[in-house]
Write a protein that binds this ligand. Structure first.
Ligand SMILES: [Zn+2]
Length: 428
């Protein structure tokens, strides 16, 4: 980078600013130097200096880039690229004609670009579709600046705990028990993943009643926690039933997904650990299965059979309570299916508002400020020293979060101090 680029300032002036903290939007100027936020001046009035790039944000909202908290960038369906061959449980033929590692990386790169173009400047992965470390390569290419995409935390293949492993050559025996769990986690850490994903509970999608089946013993969960600390990786898990949630929380899992059927004890335990744990309900897929799946064979009867109706009902009772108790619940999750493609992710914010009782500002805070926390990166807040990942949005998202669903409303997308998008209206 030249000296000029290092010191170049960009001034977003004249707009409303939502800083990510959850407080209402206020008029403010935001100054970027190189890839960091240098100054935030409430009320505005920054004086440009020669060489500054001034972005006239009148009539718009400047806010942090969005964070997807439960990404699956190796899933095949994205907006404009629907792939019905990964549509469980109706069609999983994707696994019978798996892409080569290079082809799968290309698919993931396409998805990463689409997610970024929809305003998500960071993504926390909730699991890879295959055991191949495609996400590690993707994360590293994005970090190196050779591939456009959200800043990423990569997650391993999702480990169930069946004593039988299905594979291209039929079923083969798989080791279970604490030693096998440790071995898996150490191996994923060695491959370069940031986190390891375990299916602590099964799910109704895989067989009726599956959500109530806990897959890991206390000994296995404890071994997972110990090995993850030793290997320096985070633990994520799919957990639907109360027992699986409690096992996860008690053993140091950092992200716990879905949690639909949490009981009173699980809710209290989550509250006790609210400074250590992040939750992603992945409400979008439940909504999509119930309301937007018919085209792909997921009619009402199927949505009931795979547990979506029951799960969404349970979430609508649970998450308003977890919101009241101050849990860090993050929008996003399970985009990548044909009826819930990558790119539609911002719809989760609307569902938080409509179904869980969040105010628009609370839903935005959960997607930005808490997003930065789950990534453990200085993003998600417009404050001096934070990385310059910003959106300029047409409209007032703190009044209506649905404006974020139309990429045409994203007048500018800045990541790491560089414009990935800058509409003419702002540039002139
Ligand atoms: Zn998922």
């Amino acid at each position: 980078m030249s000296e000029n680029a290092v010191n170049r300032r960009v001034i977003f002036t004249g707009g409303q600013m939502f800083d990510g903290s959850g407080t209402p939007s206020v008029p403010a100027d935001v100054v970027i130097r190189a890839n960091r936020i240098e100054t935030v001046l409430v009320g505005g009035g920054i004086e440009p200096e020669p060489g500054d790039q001034v972005i006239d944000c009148r009539g718009t909202t400047v806010m942090p880039g969005l964070v997807e908290s439960h990404a699956h960038l190796t899933f095949p369906s994205a907006v404009g690229h629907i792939d019905p061959s990964f549509n469980p449980p109706l069609d999983v033929s994707f696994f019978h004609h798996l892409p080569t590692p290079d082809e799968h990386l290309e698919l993931a790169k396409r998805n990463a670009k689409i997610l970024l173009d929809h305003g998500f400047t960071s993504a926390y992965s909730a699991g890879s579709l295959t055991p191949v470390p495609t996400e590690v390569r993707l994360r590293d290419e994005i970090a190196a600046g050779t591939t456009p995409g959200p800043r990423m935390r990569a997650a391993s293949f999702e480990r169930d705990n069946n004593p039988v492993q299905m594979g291209p050559n039929g079923p083969t025996p798989k080791a279970t028990g604490p030693a096998a769990v440790r071995e898996f986690i150490a191996a994923q850490a060695a491959l370069g993943f940031d986190s390891v994903k375990l299916l602590m509970s099964n799910d109704d999608v895989f067989f009726e009643g599956g959500s109530m089946v806990t897959q890991y013993s206390q000994e296995e969960a404890a071994a997972a926690g110990e090995q993850a600390r030793e290997s320096g990786v985070w633990l994520n898990c799919h957990a639907q039933n109360p027992e699986s949630i409690k096992l996860a929380v008690r053993n140091g899992f950092r992200s716990v997904y879905h949690c639909s059927y949490a009981d009173a004890e699980a809710i209290d335990l989550l509250e006790e650990h609210k400074d250590d744990v992040f939750l992603s309900p992945a409400v979008g897929i439940m909504w999509a299965n119930i309301h937007e799946g018919a085209e792909f064979g997921i009619d009402t009867a199927v949505a009931e059979k795979i547990g979506s109706v029951k799960s969404l009902d349970a979430m609508c009772a649970l998450y308003p309570e977890l919101r009241k108790r101050g849990l860090r619940v993050l929008p996003g999750g399970d985009y990548g299916f044909p009826n819930n493609p990558i790119g539609r992710n911002a719809r989760d914010l609307e569902l938080f508002v409509r179904l869980f009782g969040y105010s628009p500002a609370e839903a935005l805070k959960a997607t930005t400020y808490y997003g930065g926390q789950v990534l453990d990166l200085p993003v998600g807040l417009l404050a001096p020293g934070y990385l310059a990942d910003l959106l300029v949005v047409q409209g007032e998202p703190t009044e209506d979060v649905t404006v974020l669903q139309d990429p045409a409303n994203l007048l500018a997308i800045m990541q790491d101090g560089r414009f990935l998008k800058l509409t003419e209206r702002l540039a002139s």
